[in-house]
Design a protein around this ligand. Structure first.
Ligand code: PMP
Length: 356
């Protein structure tokens, strides 16, 4: 691994009292290039602008995948990276679907740990804050012909962050989208391809203009089944049962927070169901007074309670617009593990040692 340290630090530019999400970047970034059929040695270098030709294939055709994961400064001062292996595996799945060559596991994991270690001073300390890592891979050929790229660049940048939504853990208002489709069966929904996010922008912006921070996505064909909420997986508590859409259709991203919630809930012996969910079932449960909690799960917000669902002319107020009991205990448990307050019983953490 080649390491070139930054001569001056960007730390002075950061307002730790107003971190927001993804506004500030640490001093270093990781780059690994793929050329002539192989991945080259990883390089850690100062965070800087890239020189990319206007004909860069990704700028035109979007052959790009990414990840989003976090490192935490624990209550004992130690740094813990959450579910490195699961994020690596998902990056590989996304890469395969986009015909991007598989990143070598050891180089990837070792260099991410090194990158965090070098920029450890950027990791904020307050509960609820963390260092967000954004690994991504782009095609690097320069051509206007539509094809799979021959050259690629993997990069990892890191950003000290606070809460993703301005609302924090306060329940958000959601617009149920019945008009636009983000993904369809046979499309890219189950991978983290940039294209999915491009497809979500218009409907999300329309919802924002109406005062909703996020949309609930229904299936892309009939707009009848529940898919995801914003850039999160969705979960419902109906009559005491934790219910979430299954992954079988390939339209839903297998969220790592989703998986963590399901593992914890099953470990506690909760009644859990992964299955297709008709949105009409949610409306019906609401009318019968059985819809107790709705929340999104994702790396950025961990648990994001939904306080209101707006569907056509109907408004469903969930749990009086307050965070539910199950949502709260799941948030406390996952963050408890991440900040080293609770035991890492599932083996999810990589502890990052001090630099020698
Ligand atoms: N769905 C989509 C579309 C997402 O972008 C994300 C965020 N990665 C998730 C779900 C949640 O996944 P995770 O829990 O791995 O962050």
């Amino acid at each position: 691994m080649k390491i070139e340290k930054a001569e001056t630090s960007r730390r002075g530019m950061i307002d730790y009292s107003k971190l927001g999400f993804g506004k500030y970047f640490s001093d270093h970034m990781l780059i690994m290039d793929y050329e002539q059929g192989q991945w080259k040695e990883p390089r850690i270098m100062p965070y800087q602008a890239l020189a990319i030709e206007p004909a860069n294939i990704t700028l035109h055709y979007g052959q790009c995948v990414f990840e989003g994961q976090k490192a935490f400064r624990g209550i004992d001062g130690k740094i813990r990276l959450f579910r490195l292996d699961s994020h690596y595996k998902r990056l590989v799945n996304s890469s395969k679907r986009m015909f991007i060559p598989v990143t070598p596991e050891k180089e990837y994991k070792d260099s991410i740990v090194k990158l965090i270690s070098i920029d450890r001073e950027f990791i904020p300390v307050e509960w609820g804050t963390s260092l967000y890592l954004r690994p991504f891979i782009i095609g690097m050929d320069n051509t206007l012909g539509l094809k799979v790229s021959d050259k690629y660049r993997l990069m990892v940048i890191t950003s000290p962050v606070a809460s993703y939504y301005d609302e924090g853990l306060n329940p958000i208002r959601i617009h149920v989208n019945t008009e636009y489709s983000r993904v369809v069966k046979g499309g890219l929904g189950e991978v983290k391809a940039a294209a999915n996010y491009a497809a979500s922008l218009y409907a999300t912006q329309m919802a924002k203009q109406k005062g909703f921070p996020q949309v609930l996505w229904l299936d892309g064909k009939e707009h009848k089944y529940v898919d995801e909420v914003g850039t999160m997986n969705i979960m419902f508590v109906i009559d005491g049962k934790l219910i979430t859409p299954s992954l079988e259709d390939g339209t839903i991203l297998p969220g790592i927070t989703r998986d963590s919630v399901l593992k914890i809930a099953r470990d506690w012996g909760w009644d859990v169901e992964e299955r297709r969910i008709l949105f009409d079932e949610i409306r019906d449960s609401y009318k019968r007074g059985l819809l107790q909690e709705v929340f999104g799960t994702g790396t950025a917000a961990i648990i994001s309670p939904v306080g209101e669902l707006h569907y056509k002319d109907e408004v469903m107020i969930v749990n009086n617009g307050k965070i539910g009991e199950k949502s709260q205990i799941l948030y406390d448990t996952i963050t408890g593990i991440q900040y080293g307050k609770l035991e890492d019983k599932f083996g999810w953490l990589t502890v990052i040692e001090d630099e020698e």
